[in-house]
Structure formats: structure tokens, C-alpha cells
Design a protein around this ligand. Sequence first.
Ligand SMILES: Cc1cc2nc3c(=O)[nH]c(=O)nc-3n(C[C@H](O)[C@H](O)[C@H](O)COP(=O)(O)O)c2cc1C
Ligand SMILES: C=C(O[C@@H]1CC(C(=O)O)=C[C@@H](OP(=O)(O)O)[C@H]1O)C(=O)O
Length: 381
Amino acid sequence: MLYFKTAGESHGKCMVSVLEGFPAGIFLDKELIDRELRRRQGGVGRGGRMKIEADCVEILSGVRNNITLGSPICLMIKNSDYKIDALPVVTRPRPGHADLAGVIKYGHKDARNILERASARETAARVAVGAVCKILLSHFGIKVFGYVKGIGGINSEKQLEDTIETAVKIRDDSAIYCIDREIESKIVEKIKRAVEMSDSLGGIIEVVANGLPIGIGNHTQWDLKLDARLAFAIMSVQAIKAVEIGTGFDIANKFGSEAHDEIFYGYPKQKKTLTGGFERRTNNAGGIEGGISNGEPIVVRAYMKPIPTLKKSLRSVDLLTKEPVAASYERSDICAVPAASVVCEAMIAFEIARAFTEKFGGDSIGEMKRNYESYIENILQ
Ligand SMILES: Cc1cc2nc3c(=O)[nH]c(=O)nc-3n(C[C@H](O)[C@H](O)[C@H](O)COP(=O)(O)O)c2cc1C
Ligand SMILES: C=C(O[C@@H]1CC(C(=O)O)=C[C@@H](OP(=O)(O)O)[C@H]1O)C(=O)O
């Protein structure tokens, strides 16, 4: 089974992930992984730390001459800001961060012992895993695309209509990773205002996965359902507070006749292979019915809260004296929604790759391809 764990503290030596169950025989292009890592560091609203770090991956195991062996893949990203043992004690917990709940739970007196691991620096390790999973998915024509739908209440109504290749170009030219030129400058202005006000912002992210065939995921058990797994993966990202699949929250307000995607037969040839020939003219379900993919694009949205560390500190209480104090502030992102869109994309890529290997086997890419092709041949009959 495809699985990964991460290790590492924000100001420790490095961030690490170990990915197990990845098929043998796949060329891992380090440049592709590094590109995703660089993208995660960008976007208007990032703080001073991103000027210190220049993330790149070292592949420590699981490959020989850049080809995967089927053994655990260890991915390492060094922290330039390595100084964990010299950092001061934190006793003024920040509302919205893990500081208070963490120190009480673990019996610490210093919130540093919690925040170092709670920090979203950890997401660098996840993005490296996501990039490796995207390489696997590319062998089957599956593309995963994450972008910013809105920040600070300025939200785009624009649907992703272009091909993913075109949308990637538009997004990568955007200072906030959105695909809607009309809202971009307004959002950049709003982030600048948040900086001036010593405040912070959150926003909305959408991830779309194209090319997944019908039949991935499972209806038979609660923890095998693809929609549940994608929601878990997204909710595990720091500061994400809500998830939608397809139409999402708004589906609750509709009549059944408006909500469900009626079934027809006969699709243009290129799409036929994904759906077994069955056609949908709407995609309210976001590509998943009964916990199983239905061949339509997978659509997931994530809602990120504003960053909890504020320059104009929120009210808190000192852990030792129990006196009212201003919450701790050293340095922080003001808005990390663009970065989080890269992380959400990585998590969806991982979870889809995991469900995909469950269906088609994960020992070697050759075996996976044979199984995939034979399945596709069968669903077309
Ligand atoms: C890419 C990214 C960057 C973040 N940067 C910061 C930051 O600079 N300062 C901060 O206080 N929180 C930041 N956060 C959010 C915290 O890590 C998060 O709120 C905290 O770990 C508590 O977890 P929770 O919000 O999921 O409850 C960031 C989150 C992400 C996804
Ligand atoms: C280091 C990263 O994000 C960090 C996430 C983070 C937090 O509290 O989550 C706090 C900040 O770290 P620092 O306190 O060192 O400035 C961010 O920069 C990163 O994304 O690579």
C-alpha cells in the first residue's frame, strides 16, 4: 500500500518524508520535484523565512540511477534556518496555533517544543511526495491542478474551462496562483492592506484531477471511500478548516432534480475510455459517487483560515505567570493561500495515486500498465 510519513522540525536540520509502496521502474526527475518545492515557497504574502530557504530535494533511498526500485523512497529537504537548539522559549501561546493545546497535552512549559513540529514547514516534505506521485500519475495521463479561488473574501466565479496545460501557464504567471486576471490585482491590494494593518488572511483553494478512470476508490467500507479519503488528506493540511467535493455546501440547498448528474450514453472518443462510454452533462458530484470515481474530473475545494501569528498580537495568557499578555510574534507569513494550494495539490495527488495503486497494483509500473490497459479494455465492452 502506498503510504508516507514525514519527520522534521521547522528549525531542525531537515524535513524528511518516507514513501512506501511506490512502484519500481519509474524515472524520478529531481528537477520536477524541485520545481514544485519552489512553487510552494512563492506567492504574495509569504514572510521573511522564505527569503532564507531555497528548498530542493535530496533523494536518499529507493532509487538506483534515478529509477525507483520498489523500496522505500526517502526524500530530504534541508532547512537553511537550522537553529532549533538556540531558539528562545515561547510562553505566550498564539490563538489559532497548536501552542496552548500542545503544551498542556505534552506537559511542556515551552510552546517552542510544540510549534516546531506543528509548523507548516512540514508541508515541504509533503510537496516532495506529491511531486513523486504526480510523476506516477503522469504515466496514466492523470493531471492534478491546484489553484487559488479567492483570498480574504475576494472570490473568483471563473470555472476551470481551459485544458490543464493552459491553466498551468496562467496560474504560474499569477502572483497569487489564480486563473482569474480580474480579481488578481484586487487580491494583491488586499494582502498589502493586511501587511499594513499587521493582520493576516485566508482563502479558498480548488484542486482538479483530470484523467482518472471510473472505478477508483470503494463503496464497501467507510475508510475506503475516495471522497472521504480526499477530505481527510485536505483537512490534514495546516490551517485548512473545511472541504467541499463538487458542488459541495450548496448541494444541500437544491432539489434532487437539480443536484444529480443525469446519465447518458455516447461520449467523444478520448473521454470514452475514462467513463466506459457513459456521459454526464454536469459534474455536481465532483467526479465521485458512492466513494468511487465516475470518470468525470475530481473537484475538491479547501477553505483556509487566516494565519494565526499576527504582528498586531492577539490577546493571550502567559503559560507561567497566567497573566494577560500579547501573543508571541517573531516573524510570519501574512497570507499563505497560494503556498497551501501547492500543498493541497500534492495531497490530492498522493491520495489519488494511493487509490490508483490499490486498483492496479503497486509493485512495478509495467504490471500497473498491463492491469490498467486490460481494465480499460473491459469497461469499454
Ligand atoms: C503553507 C502554509 C504556511 C503557513 N505559514 C504560517 C505562518 O507563517 N505563521 C503561522 O502562524 N501559521 C502559518 N500557517 C498555519 C499554521 O501552520 C497552522 O494554523 C497551525 O499549524 C495550527 O494548525 P490548524 O490551523 O490546522 O489548527 C501556515 C500554513 C500553511 C499551509
Ligand atoms: C517555513 C515555512 O513556513 C512557516 C510556517 C509557519 C507556521 O507556523 O506554520 C511559520 C513560519 O516559519 P518561521 O516562524 O520560521 O518564520 C513560516 O515561514 C515553510 O512553509 O517552509
